[in-house]
Design a protein around this ligand. Structure first.
Ligand SMILES: Cc1ncc(C[n+]2csc(CCOP(=O)(O)OP(=O)(O)O)c2C)c(N)n1
Ligand SMILES: CC(=O)[C@@H](O)[C@H](O)COP(=O)(O)O
Ligand SMILES: [Mg+2]
Length: 592
């Protein structure tokens, strides 16, 4: 049979198809997504689950004139393929290729850039109000929001406003009963009741003044099209509740929805995941965090763990399995997670609040107002700090050092390896003098034998790893491991000293004074933004202490870094081995 998808280069082509041929197109679209993601990697389950919805939306609505926003955007692969990016979809998330999320600069069909969750309702309402003000009354505005994302505070703020407007907005609640990990909370319970017909009389969304319809089967394409055509004619704020299966159409992905959220490479026929490497590798920082927390929590009953919706990604799941009473997945609720931790800390608990660096941006005021101002001993474990690679600029954890360093009472540590991570976690439970943030990257460390006995780290203490004579390299965190490779490629490695500073705040002033007196040139390396980060802290120190040494800062420059492998994104940011070597060679030449 001739493929339908090959003739679809835009929704205009799609709209020429008969209703009867749409299920065939859905089948092909699903296959296409599976084909590419099985080799190129990326988010899988969410896009497979909305194949029918994607087709129905572009079939019924007049996109891009009608506005469509995909919340989070990890489910928008079908949308990308149907809106002119089929031929380049194999570049998804690769350096120079298309983004894994909707992006305004990429297509007129990507009405709003997403990546972080729960923004779509506010953004679509903004567009709808703008349409009203411009007199474009017939324009439709649609936001697709998942069941986990709609439970977030920001989504509720949007719904609360939406319900008192007459804006032409349709919210599609895509309810698959799972986020990355199973959805949590009272709203999940409510949605389960609605689906099973056990909800009490009042409908939550109707109470919020939305014209509610559903729940309907989100894989029944004719039904979806019919329902969307009906709803399209209604004015004002509406919500359609659809039920879908994450991973739909690939058995393995339906069966193991957590793993197949983003499974890596897999066999496109069987769904079996392809193992990357059989060589033993050092552990992931995430696993060291997860296992260490369990070890510490077994000994210290005050320890609690918190994650906003990332138990698997952060490895808090280990504690949730072993000590469920003291480990909390609060859903996509970063602000709540931080203030919850603050509340617990007031009562003497020792909260380890694990949040991806990029998602802590959501809870900045809570860090300042609820935690630091009250000097509460909350331990922030900032996962995915630095450049994260293929997720790109929405997810790079590069701003944390700058946005945390300026907050009084807050201590900031970054481990260079697994042992340091364990030791600072051990130390953190005794640190009662305000919050402590521990930032570490996505992925593996360097130490195989990491389950060593704990030792306590002195707050504000740096380590000298190698003495030198003319250039001191000061590093913060895992990026410090680059220095060994750099030294191996230099003719005069003896001229270079290396210091693992560990604390971005407080700095080890004693050590720094010695370093600035001994060495002529100072180089700082970090994987955070160069403005306001660790290098800036060293500059401020030098300025205060009147040290005249030239200081070169290697950090992420003042622009958003695109997606690619971690190595590629480091090179884009100029914090890769080659860029640092270039600088060191020319500086060493001046020292001669
Ligand atoms: C603010 C924020 N916190 C956490 C995440 C990580 N995250 C990405 S997708 C996801 C789950 C979304 O679940 P749901 O909205 O139900 O969509 P589904 O994946 O089921 O389609 C989470 C927690 C995020 N993108 N943004
Ligand atoms: C879409 C989203 O926000 C998450 O799925 C994110 O991509 C997870 O990142 P990790 O793979 O680093 O856990
Ligand atoms: Mg979901």
């Amino acid at each position: 049979m001739e493929k339908l998808l090959q003739h679809i280069n835009s929704p205009l082509d799609l709209r020429k198809l008969s209703m009867e041929s749409l299920p065939q197109l859905a089948h092909e679209l699903r296959d296409f997504i599976i084909d590419i993601v099985s080799t190129k990697e990326g988010h899988l389950g969410a896009s497979l689950g909305v194949v029918e919805l994607t087709i129905a939306l572009h079939y019924v609505f007049n996109t891009p004139n009608d506005k469509l926003i995909w919340d989070v955007g990890h489910q928008a692969y079908g949308h990308k393929i149907l809106t002119g990016r089929k031929e380049i979809f194999d570049t998804n998330r690769q350096l120079g290729g298309i983004s894994g999320f909707p992006k305004r600069s990429e297509s007129e069909y990507d009405n709003f850039g997403t990546g972080h969750s729960s923004t779509a309702i506010s953004a679509i309402l903004g567009m709808a109000i703008s349409s009203k003000l411009k007199g474009e009354d017939s324009k439709q505005h649609i936001a697709v929001v998942g069941d986990a994302s709609i439970a977030s505070g920001m989504a509720f703020e949007g719904l609360n406003h939406l319900g008192v407007t007459d804006a032409n907005v349709l919210i599609i609640l895509n309810d698959n009963a799972i986020g990355i990990d199973p959805s949590v909370g009272a709203l999940k319970k409510y949605l389960t009741n609605v689906k099973s017909g056990n909800a009490k009389d009042e409908n939550l969304f109707e109470c919020l003044n939305l014209d509610y319809s559903g729940p309907i089967d989100g894989h029944d394409l004719p039904l979806l099209v019919k329902e969307l055509q009906r709803i399209k004619k209604i004015e004002g704020p509406r919500l359609l509740h659809i039920i879908t299966t994450k991973g739909k159409g690939l058995k393995k992905a339906e069966e193991d929805q957590v793993v197949y959220h983003a499974p890596g490479k897999f066999n496109r026929h069987t769904g079996e995941r392809i193992k990357k490497n059989s060589e033993p590798l050092p552990p992931k920082y995430q696993d060291v965090f997860g296992h260490t927390l369990v070890e510490l929590a077994r000994e210290n009953e005050e320890i609690v763990g918190i994650t906003p919706a990332m138990p698997t990604g952060s490895s808090l799941k280990f504690m949730m399995e072993e000590i469920p009473d003291r480990a909390f997945d609060v859903g996509i609720a970063e602000q709540h997670a931080v203030t919850l931790a603050a509340g617990m800390a007031t009562q003497g608990l020792v909260p380890f609040c694990n949040i991806y660096s990029t998602f802590l941006q959501r809870a900045y005021d809570q860090v300042i107002h609820d935690v630091a101002l009250q000097k509460l001993p909350v331990i922030f474990c900032l996962d995915r700090a630095g450049l994260v690679g293929h997720d790109g600029p929405t997810h790079h954890g590069v701003f944390d050092l700058a946005y945390l360093r300026c907050i009084p009472n807050l201590t900031i540590f970054s481990p260079m390896d697994e042992t340091e991570l364990r030791d600072i976690m051990y130390t953190a439970q005794f640190h009662k003098n305000g919050p402590l943030a521990i930032r570490y990257p996505r992925g593996r460390g360097i130490t195989f034998e990491w389950r060593k006995e704990f030792s306590r780290i002195k707050i504000g203490s740096a380590r000298c790893l190698k003495k030198g004579s003319s250039i001191a390299i000061l590093t913060l965190g895992h990026v410090g491991n680059m220095v060994t490779q750099i030294l191996n490629r230099l003719n005069q490695p003896e001229s270079i000293g290396h210091y693992d500073m560990r604390f971005a705040k407080p700095l080890d002033i004693q050590m720094l004074n010695k370093v600035f007196e001994k060495y002529e040139y100072i180089v700082t390396i970090e994987d955070g933004c160069e403005m306001g980060g660790f290098g800036s802290a060293v500059l401020e120190f030098a300025n205060k202490q009147n040290h005249p040494n030239p200081i070169k800062i290697f950090g992420v420059p003042d622009r958003f870094i695109e997606h690619g492998t971690v190595e590629e994104t480091h090179a884009l940011a100029g914090i890769d081995i080659e860029s640092i070597l270039l600088y060191l060679k020319s500086t060493l030449a001046q020292c001669e």
